[in-house]
Ligand binder design. Structure first.
Ligand code: NAD
Length: 426
């Protein structure tokens, strides 16, 4: 029976997980209660109602949010999520993780997140466009290239970002590509942004494998989520690192094949409108079963809170690579670390996306664009040096195999130092 895996019978919410992670890092910072509270409090939260004329002529009202968690280090940065479960508390937690992620990677940003409580799969393309344009109009007063820069997240993509950029530009009367990142290249996007998060996840796994002496050519991988992050990570792990991808799920279920799945073919199938479980070249696999597969690398790349006391005992992997934000409760994550699982924390593991978003923003400001090779190389350098920094911090603090807390200490210390230097107004 496991030792502390979390409070019995209670599911940890994303905001609980975020605050638990901060509390765990706190003893390693020399910080007063007042200053710690300042780190915990979201700076600005906006709730908007988003009326949309549906194709049948009716009007539906959706709830939308934008939370700017901390802006001490620069303009805030964070994705926009379209999912039925989106709510203020979840968006606040995701904005908090963006704060710690941008600080950890030492990008000149604070952290934000936004979203609309909607199932995008249930909307027509026209409804999706009208929803996006109205949502962006509602949050326009608080976003902008120097204020807060949205990007894609679950349920949004390059096309949604193109509509967002267009709407913001029309309101201003001229083109402002720098208001969002993750745009198509034709409207000011960056080479390498579409693949950036998945590529970063794959690179983080290769760094961990190197550290552990694991040969990726002999490695089995299972992934939850086959969207922007999961699909790209799986293809790079398969094609460039030689891993065998044995299990994949999406929100409708998935498949398992111990001989390995052709994830490139699966990606083309999904891009054509199919679901993973319909792909057909393996046995049916549920999302619950995915978390019991004996594999070398497990990659949650869908939603938060999928690993908790209910299933942590079943997890059988050497590396847990957090492609999703907040996939594990703190208690579950600590339990796995104690068992010797190498956990790549989300704020490091999936940071490839925000790194290349930063490059997109810089290129947009300069109106000077870099090659895909330059982008890939610069992103790798930032991830590799941050990995070394986290390992050194965990060693310095005696945090054996707890990269999460070491990473949180680095990030929180950076933001706290800026709070101190900037002082308190008035
Ligand atoms: P996406 O919308 O492209 O894909 C999400 C995938 O998760 C889909 O395959 C979907 O079917 C699956 N999914 C949704 N609900 C599920 C459920 N209940 N059970 C199982 N699978 C489910 O989203 P994405 O951009 O790939 O984001 C995935 C995760 O990565 C999120 O946690 C997001 O915050 C994080 N992330 C994304 C980026 C980015 O650049 N897109 C950057 C950093 C972190």
């Amino acid at each position: 029976m496991a030792k502390d895996k979390g409070k019995s019978g209670e599911k940890s919410s994303p905001i609980d997980t975020l605050y638990n992670q901060m509390e765990k890092a706190r003893p390693y910072l020399d910080i007063s209660d007042d200053h710690f509270l300042k780190l915990k409090k979201p700076k600005r939260s906006l709730i908007v109602s988003v009326p949309v004329r549906m194709d049948d002529g009716r009007i539906r009202i959706f709830d939308g949010y934008r939370v700017q968690f901390n802006m001490a280090r620069g303009p805030t940065k964070g994705g926009v999520r379209y999912h039925p479960d989106v709510n203020l508390s979840e968006i606040t937690a995701l904005a908090g993780w963006m704060t710690w992620k941008t600080a950890l990677m030492n990008l000149p940003y604070g952290g934000a997140k936004g979203g609309v409580s909607v199932d995008p799969e249930a909307l027509s393309p026209g409804e999706l466009e009208r929803l996006t344009r109205r949502y962006i109009t509602e949050i326009a007063p608080i976003i902008g290239p120097e204020r807060d820069i949205p990007a894609p997240d679950v349920g949004t993509n390059e096309q949604v970002m193109a509509w967002a950029m267009d709407t913001y530009s029309i309101l201003a009367g001229y083109s402002i590509p720098g208001v969002v990142t993750g745009k198509p290249i034709l409207v000011g996007g960056s080479h390498g942004r579409l693949e950036a998060t998945g590529r970063g996840v794959a690179f983080a796994i290769s760094l961990a494998a190197q550290k552990m002496g694991l040969d990726l050519q002999e490695t089995t991988v299972a992934l939850q989520g086959f969207g922007n992050v999961g699909a790209v990570a799986s293809m790079i792990l398969h094609l460039e690192e030689g891993c065998k991808i044995v299990g994949v799920t999406d929100r409708h279920g998935g498949i398992y094949n111990d001989k390995g799945l052709d994830v490139c073919k699966m990606n083309a199938f999904v891009k054509d409108g199919g679901y993973v479980h319909e792909f057909g070249e393996g046995d049916a696999l549920t999302n619950e079963e995915l978390f019991s597969l004996p594999v070398d690398v497990l990659v949650p790349a869908a939603l938060e809170g999928v690993i908790d006391e209910g299933n942590v005992d079943n997890i059988d992997c050497k590396i847990l690579a957090e492609g999703a934000n907040g996939p594990a409760s703190l208690a579950a994550e600590s339990y796995l670390q104690d068992k010797g699982v190498f956990v790549l924390p989300d704020i490091f593991c999936n940071a490839g996306g925000v790194i290349v978003s930063y490059f997109e923003w810089v290129q947009g400001i300069q109106m000077y664009f870099w090659s895909k090779q330059e982008i890939r190389e610069k992103a790798r350098q930032i991830m590799a040096s941050t990995f070394k920094e986290i390992l050194a911090k965990s060693k310095e603090l005696g945090l054996d195999n707890d990269l999460r807390t070491a990473a949180m200490v680095i990030s929180m210390e950076r933001v706290y130092q800026v709070h101190k230097l900037r002082g308190l107004y008035p």
